[in-house]
Design a protein around this ligand. Structure first.
Ligand code: NI
Length: 139
């Protein structure tokens, strides 16, 4: 079993908050990420796919194909966008790093299966020091 990883980057705005709470209470719970006037992050996304190398190509998945899937299903939808307001797969979801990683996993997993490979994990860095990794529901 081989793991292969593709990195992509995107910039996006968000606000993590609970509707109905005061700005003060949101600020206490979520800090700078609850700024009522939005703010942005330079996200770094690592998509890891696993499988056995194809006998002919030697590839687990063609990285050009993987990059295209990530670009079309994720990057084109989130880059320079507001995650609270503009991204179809984040509708009604609190845009924490955890939830963004989960949503991305479920967005692209079926397309990777079509390539006869398995999505192993989504690792998403919100800052240099803070990141999450999601392995799917049954990991
Ligand atoms: Ni934030």
């Amino acid at each position: 079993m081989i793991h292969i990883c593709r990195r992509e980057r995107f910039n996006a705005a968000h606000r993590v908050f609970v509707e109905g709470w005061s700005d003060e209470k949101n600020s206490e719970h979520f800090g700078a990420c609850s700024n009522p006037n939005w703010h942005g992050h330079n996200y770094e996304l690592f998509v890891t796919v696993k499988g056995e190398p194809d006998p002919l190509s030697g590839y687990v998945i063609d990285l050009k194909v993987l990059s295209k899937i990530i670009r079309e299903k994720v990057i084109n939808k989130v880059d320079h966008r507001n995650l609270n307001l503009e991204v179809d797969f984040m509708k009604g979801i609190q845009p924490s790093t955890e939830n963004i990683a989960k949503a991305i996993f479920h967005e692209i997993s079926p397309l990777i299966q079509k390539q006869k490979a398995v999505l192993h994990s989504i690792r998403l860095h919100e800052t240099e020091n803070n990141s999450v990794e999601y392995f799917g529901e049954f990991a």
